[in-house]
Design a protein around this ligand. Structure first.
Ligand code: DMJ
Length: 433
């Protein structure tokens, strides 16, 4: 382990390596393709929102990259267009664009960024207000307000109260928070007698499309994260009490210990019987930190150890593994942040050196295997001994991955380590100094 100062400097250097890769080849586009030097439209072909720039705003601030931040802020204030005639994914737009703009506002004080956040939220709101149940449609046209997509995964229904609640407070307009709470009530009032929730719900009828709780895997994951995070950020005890109520059956019905390690299996929402494959998505690794934040440090720490054991086998975590034997189910790796996110949460709660070491190992592995001359990239194929590169730097890389490890090692005065609160996309929604 290097000293904290050396580790922090290395992390910042690597973040800037990715940033300059993006600015050199994909400036103004959503995402960089670092091998080919091309770019990717994240939301819809032919439409760009400069996504990586919006994602980066508060990370650049926390890392003290003030010149880069000024350039990023100026691009967003002068070029980002929320009026494009395009059907946009509501969940992704809220966590990435609205959240990114709010965090950008909170870290720079820019009124223009806040007003852009509000304009996006206004244009996304029809997805909530035109729904008969309150569960948001998956897509809305930013210009016309036309909605579509009534089959809604749980994460898409309930990952909005942090951004919308913060926005309501900042602009003094409760419509955003009210829409988020109506969506939560629509889902939670349809929980089974065991307080288990299905995975996909129909926004128009309120009927479940399935009867399996697949938490904490996607596409459910952040639904629970926002019950806790919303409760904390907004001081809303109703959200916190829902978090406790709906987490209890996940632990009692879905937790499964294999080879001495904690995992989560699907469960039938009516009978509670375990069901489905013994697969775990890497995205579920965030749940270790959430459990600990929610007050269950034992289960949080145990689940983190499970993922550390997978990393003992694969330096880059595969997208999906079978937890009974660690066989790879999905061979790719999308340059994900979830393991680092949990290391950060657990380190913040316990101060434990083991989480710092885990975070450094994760960073070092990513630097060794996923760094290319043009930045950082996803992998098409990972194994215990090799990694085959893909060609994309996902937008969230600028918001999440190295931000978590930077916060662990830098002890930056720009972040309130006690009270700071981050969204599912790693946006600092409270505690920027
Ligand atoms: C991020 O966009 C968010 O963390 C989301 O909640 C799910 N995971 C991706 C990155 O893997």
């Amino acid at each position: 382990m290097p000293s904290d100062a050396k580790a922090a400097a290395a992390i910042r250097d690597e973040y800037l390596h990715g940033w300059y890769g993006y600015t050199a080849k994909a400036w103004g586009y959503d995402e960089l393709r670092p091998l080919s030097g091309g770019h990717n439209d994240f939301f819809a072909g032919g439409h760009s929102f400069g996504l990586s720039i919006v994602e980066a705003l508060d990370t650049l601030y926390l890392m003290g990259c003030d010149d880069e931040l000024a350039q990023a802020r100026s691009w967003v204030e002068n070029n980002l267009d929320p009026t494009q005639d395009v059907d946009i994914h509501v969940f992704e737009a809220i966590i990435r664009l609205v959240g990114g703009l709010i965090a950008g506002h909170l870290t720079t004080g820019s009124a223009a960024l806040l007003s852009l956040a509000q304009e996006f939220a206004d244009r996304l709101l029809p997805a909530f207000t035109s729904s008969p149940t309150g569960v948001p449609y998956t897509h809305v046209n930013l210009r016309t307000g036309q909605v579509q997509g009534s089959q809604v995964a749980l994460a898409e229904a309930g990952t909005n109260v942090m951004e919308f609640g913060a926005l309501s407070q900042l602009v003094g307009d409760s419509r955003y928070y009210d829409a988020a709470m109506r969506a939560y009530r629509a889902v939670l009032s349809r929980g089974s007698s065991l307080d288990l929730l299905g995975t996909t719900i129909d926004a128009e009828t309120g009927r479940w499309a399935d009867h399996t709780s697949t938490a904490p895997n996607p596409p459910v994951d952040s639904f629970y994260e926002y019950l806790w995070g919303g409760g904390r950020l907004l001081g809303d005890s109703q959200l916190t009490s829902w978090y406790q109520q709906f987490t209890r059956p996940i632990l009692s019905r879905q937790a499964e210990v294999r080879g001495g390690r904690l995992w989560f299996r699907g469960a039938d929402t009516s009978t509670g019987r375990r069901t489905g494959p013994t697969h775990q998505s890497e995205l579920a690794a965030f749940y270790a930190g959430l459990l600990a934040k929610g007050g269950d440090l034992d289960h949080g720490a145990a689940y983190f150890r499970s993922w550390s054991a997978v990393m003992d086998r694969y330096p880059i975590l595969p997208e999906t593994v079978d937890y009974t034997d660690f066989r790879i189910v999905d061979q790719g790796s999308q340059l994900r942040p979830e393991y680092a996110n949990s290391a950060f949460d657990l380190w913040r709660i316990t101060g434990g050196a083991s989480y710092k070491q885990a975070a450094w190992r994760w960073f070092d592995n990513v630097r060794t295997h996923l760094r290319v001359s043009g930045g950082y990239t996803v992998a098409d194929h990972v194994s215990s001994s090799s990694v085959r590169h893909g060609d994309l730097t996902p937008g969230y890389w600028f918001a999440e991955n190295f931000k978590y490890v930077w916060l662990i090692f830098s002890n930056t005065p720009r972040f309130d380590y006690r009270g700071g609160i981050l969204s599912t996309e790693g946006k600092v929604l409270a505690g920027a100094r």
